[in-house]
Every structure is written in structure tokens, then in C-alpha cells.
Design a protein around this ligand. Structure first.
Ligand SMILES: O=C(O)CCC(=O)C(=O)O
Ligand SMILES: [Fe+2]
Length: 314
């Protein structure tokens, strides 16, 4: 007999911790066999993509106005594809040549792994992963979603020696719904430590940090820009009027491979550079409320594929 009821979603104590802190670590959410399968898929993707067809090789020249239209389009059209984005420090600044083999030069892979890659897709509907804890649909239900939709997924490699930092941010800045509803599911596929750039969080900031800015597509379609957010800045009923410990410190979350970290869309979080010899491969996807009354903004950089964002409740 398995204790599937407690493991399927979140326990009351886990739910309380998520609402208090804005994030929650669930150790051993994925069994080791699943972690291995996802890592092996990651390595296949990294070895398998073609450098010749990649616009990054053209970044050294840029456009006449200095803009990188090819690179912008490669990113903006990645919402229903599997595409590869380089570490900034993977290039020699003078020659603009890669200083690493391609598989050690990619910062992230995105943004439709949850549909196009069978091993990653299986995490959303894990009937065959028996030992999985905190299953996404059950977690979404526990968090009050009525029609949770997965809208993007990424593998973030944070490569040895050159793994880029992720500056402090809130995910709802990038994945805005009116009102905000984004929640991140972040799975460590390798141990994440202080040394190789684990996540850190400003606990409770989801209750006072409003979504003041939004990343949108430029009107001429040529790229993205940050603009003020005139819409709701907190999920319904969650704002607490600016109260909270704004002077608190970021708390690092060192986690073992197989751990899940849930991240509230308003929570301030970041990760440092990885200058160590160890990589830090993770898989993350984000879920938004697709239920009645929620508007997905047409200016968001990420637009739904024809079939719509992927339902968690089937
Ligand atoms: O993995 C990281 O370093 C950052 C990831 C992140 O910000 C996210 O998944 O929302
Ligand atoms: Fe984030």
C-alpha cells in the first residue's frame, strides 16, 4: 500500500509553509530513475541540436541598427518549440567564437519541452511514475487552481565555470495574467548548492512585492521591453498592503537532485553565477490559471500555441 493521498498533493503543513514563505521545497519529489531519464534526455538534446542552424553563430555581426532581429525571433518563436539559448560567457569577447563544446555552452533549453519531449511531458501526467510526490495536478488543486495550464518549460543548465546568474525577479513579471496567478515548479536534476548557484528566496516577499513591471513584446514585434503594469499586482486576496519584512535577507535553498521547489509568481528570487566545476541542471515549468475570468495578456512575450496552453486537469 502506498500513502498516495498524502504524497499526491501537499500536506496542510506544506500548504501553510508555501503561503507563509512563498516557496516550498519538497525533497525526493522525483524518484532517482526519473531524474536519470530526464538527465539523459537533456544530454541527448544538448548533443543533438545543430550549431550550423543556430542564429547565435550570427550574433557577432548583429543588424545594421545593432539590433539582433534573428536572435529576437528565435526567442519570441520558441513558445511551441525546443530551442537552445547560450550562456553569455560561452563566447570569447574578442573573437565571438564559442569557448566550450556546444553541450557545455547552453544556458537553457525552452520552451515547449512539456509537450514535445516525452520524458519531460510525462511529469505533467505521471501515471507511470509511481513514486512521484507532490504531483503537479494535485498541487495545483491544493493551491486553488480551477483550470491550471502549463504555459512554458525550460531546462536550465547553469554550466560549470560560465553558468550565468539570474538577477532578483518575480515570475509574474514575465508570465502575467490578469490577475496574477503564475506558480513555478522547479525540479533539481542535479544537486543545487551554494557553490554551483542554487536558488535563493526573499521569504514572504510574495505578500508585499507587487508586480510593478511587465515584460511585453514591443509594438513593432521586434523584441521585448519592460513596461509599468497598470493591471492587478497581486493574486486576488493575497496582497497585504505593503506590510512585511522588506529588509529581510535572501535565503539560499540548497537541494538534492529529485527535489521540487514551488515558487509563488510574486516571490522575489534569484541565483548566483556558477564558477565551480559542477553543473546544475534543473527542469522548470510554470502554471497559470486558465479558468473563467482570467485574461492572458496579448502583449506577453509568450503567446499560446494554437491548441492553447496545456491543461493539467484532463
Ligand atoms: O534556476 C534558476 O537559476 C532560476 C530559475 C527561475 O528563476 C525560475 O525557474 O523561475
Ligand atoms: Fe524565476
Amino acid at each position: 500500500m502506498s500513502s498516495s493521498v498524502a504524497n499526491d498533493g501537499l500536506t496542510p503543513a506544506q500548504l501553510e509553509a508555501f503561503h507563509r514563505d512563498g516557496y516550498l521545497v519538497v525533497p525526493d519529489a522525483l524518484p532517482p530513475s526519473t531524474v536519470s531519464a530526464l538527465l539523459s534526455e537533456t544530454h541527448d538534446l544538448l548533443e543533438g541540436f545543430s550549431l550550423e542552424d543556430h542564429p547565435m553563430t550570427k550574433f557577432s555581426t548583429g543588424g545594421e541598427d545593432g539590433a539582433d532581429h534573428v536572435g529576437d525571433a528565435y526567442f519570441l518563436e520558441s513558445g511551441n518549440k525546443i530551442r537552445f539559448f547560450f550562456e553569455e560567457d560561452a563566447f570569447d569577447p574578442t573573437t565571438s567564437q564559442l569557448t566550450k563544446p556546444k553541450a557545455l555552452a547552453i544556458n537553457k533549453i525552452g520552451h515547449y519541452l512539456h509537450v514535445l519531449s516525452p520524458p519531460f511531458a510525462s511529469l505533467l501526467y505521471p501515471s507511470e511514475i509511481k513514486e512521484m510526490k507532490a504531483r503537479p495536478a494535485a498541487v495545483a488543486k491544493a493551491l486553488g487552481f480551477t483550470d491550471p495550464r502549463c504555459l512554458q518549460s525550460m531546462v536550465i543548465c547553469k554550466q560549470p565555470e560560465i553558468g550565468g546568474a539570474v538577477p532578483p525577479h518575480q515570475d509574474s513579471t514575465f508570465l502575467y495574467t490578469d490577475p496574477p496567478s503564475a506558480v513555478g515548479f522547479w525540479y533539481a536534476l542535479e544537486d543545487a548548492t551554494l557553490e554551483n548557484g542554487c536558488l535563493s528566496f526573499l521569504p514572504g516577499s510574495h505578500r508585499w512585492a507587487a508586480v510593478e513591471k511587465r515584460l511585453v513584446r514591443k509594438a513593432d514585434g521586434s523584441g521585448t521591453e519592460m513596461v509599468d503594469n497598470p493591471g492587478p499586482r497581486f493574486p486576488p486576496g493575497e496582497e497585504c498592503g505593503g506590510a512585511g519584512d522588506k529588509d529581510g535577507d535572501y535565503v539560499p535553498a540548497e537541494v538534492k537532485a529529485g527535489s521540487l521547489v514551488l515558487i509563488h509568481g510574486n516571490l522575489l528570487h534569484k541565483s548566483e553565477k556558477n564558477l565551480s566545476e559542477k553543473g546544475r541542471i534543473i527542469y522548470t515549468f510554470h502554471v497559470i490559471e486558465g479558468g473563467e475570468g482570467r485574461v492572458y495578456d496579448e502583449r506577453n512575450w509568450l503567446q499560446p500555441p494554437e491548441e492553447g496552453f496545456t491543461r493539467l486537469f484532463t
